[in-house]
Design a protein around this ligand. Structure first.
Ligand SMILES: Nc1ncnc2c1ncn2[C@@H]1O[C@H](COP(=O)(O)OP(=O)(O)O)[C@@H](O)[C@H]1O
Ligand SMILES: [Mg+2]
Length: 326
């Protein structure tokens, strides 16, 4: 049984003015026990909205339209109130890009651990202290960090504190939403490497959300690529670099700049993702795709099973026509 299973999730935003924005469109996915899954795509593709939907943290103007979410086989789609709070406490943790800025400036790092660990139950100070020390060591921060205040730490250190705090309640699934975007490139790589180590030590499952496919490829077991609210490719990370199937995935790989490379190639993807408030005819990537054929502007491609995972592209899947939905 998967740790998390989502079936045909749809989420819209209902802005005060203007048309509904269909930000997550029919997304189905599974996250297995102990797996690190990457979720990548350009800004505005629906990654954060999906992450919030999976952890039941959507709030207005977002509306969960349809779909089912199972956690360890239990249907949590309609959980609310106290049941949802209890479920969250033992299941999920979320680390945000802004996590490092969410630290309270007037309390020490140690007191952050006290607040998090005593939020739900009475815990002895000595147990909090030893847990905090273990977690700080795991994220490669010195023990004296506990006595410091957030403003005394660098951005990279604060983000490591935010990660340590997220792990304080032993979550089974940790969602990292662009956890390194505010950091410089080398600090980003170091934090990503730490996430991988933490997963080995603590055994949680993780969803690592990023706009940078190159950055997450080494740290994940599998990557889902999201475009215009849909998952368009799903493949093991070990094969993706060589065998990317979707033209969008290939374009994302071309954007990847290796920070250690002598010559940095910075390719952008021409054009931009479609407006999700209007109906999309055919494949949503077709206007930017140099492989597009006539059929691509007529119908939206389903997610086909392919030799290397799943891909929502008529052209890439021409050889393997086994539709997942069949
Ligand atoms: N608070 C909001 N109100 C209205 N629309 C929103 C809001 N947040 C996100 N959206 C819309 O949902 C789409 C997906 O957003 P988001 O999930 O944040 O994407 P990503 O995390 O991939 O950058 C965006 O293109 C945007 O149009
Ligand atoms: Mg986001």
């Amino acid at each position: 049984m998967s740790l998390l299973e989502a079936v045909r999730i749809n989420v819209v935003y209902e802005p005060f003015r203007g048309a509904e924005i269909h930000s997550v469109r029919d997304v189905s996915l599974r996250i297995e026990h102990g797996e690190i899954v990457g979720l990548v795509g350009e800004s505005g593709c629906g990654k954060s909205t999906l992450a919030y939907a999976l952890t039941k943290m959507l709030h207005s103007p977002a509306r969960f339209v349809s779909g089912k979410i199972f956690f360890k086989g239990e249907d949590i789609t309609d959980l609310s109130g106290e049941n949802l709070r209890l479920h969250r406490r033992k299941s999920f943790a979320l680390v945000l890009q802004s996590g490092m800025n969410a630290l309270n400036p007037v309390i020490s790092i140690e007191d952050h651990f006290v607040d998090v660990m005593r939020a739900y139950e009475k815990v002895k100070f000595k147990d909090i202290r030893s847990k905090a020390e273990l977690l700080l060591k795991s994220v490669h921060l010195p023990q004296y960090t506990l006595e410091r205040y957030p403003h005394e730490l660098s951005g990279g250190m604060r983000q490591r504190v935010a990660i340590a705090l997220a792990l304080a309640l032993d979550p089974q699934l940790v969602i990292f939403d662009e956890p390194t975007t505010a950091l410089d490139v080398l600090a980003q790589e170091a934090v990503i490497a730490t996430i991988r180590e933490l997963q080995h030590s603590f055994g949680f499952s993780a969803l690592l959300v990023s706009h940078d496919l190159g950055l997450v490829l080494d740290a994940t077991d599998r990557v889902m690529v999201m475009y215009a609210g849909r998952v368009v490719e799903n493949q093991n990370s070990s094969t993706m670099y060589k065998h990317a199937q979707h033209p969008y995935t290939k374009a994302l790989l071309d954007c990847y700049a290796d920070p250690r490379a002598e010559e940095v190639k910075l390719g952008g993807i021409p054009g931009s993702p479609p407006d999700l408030s209007s109906h999309i005819d055919g494949c949503s990537f077709q206007p930017r795709c140099n492989l597009a054929e006539a059929q691509c502007s007529l119908n939206e491609p389903p997610l086909y099973r392919s030799e290397f995972g799943h891909v929502a592209c008529f052209v890439a899947s021409q050889k393997t026509k086994e539709n997942l939905n069949e």
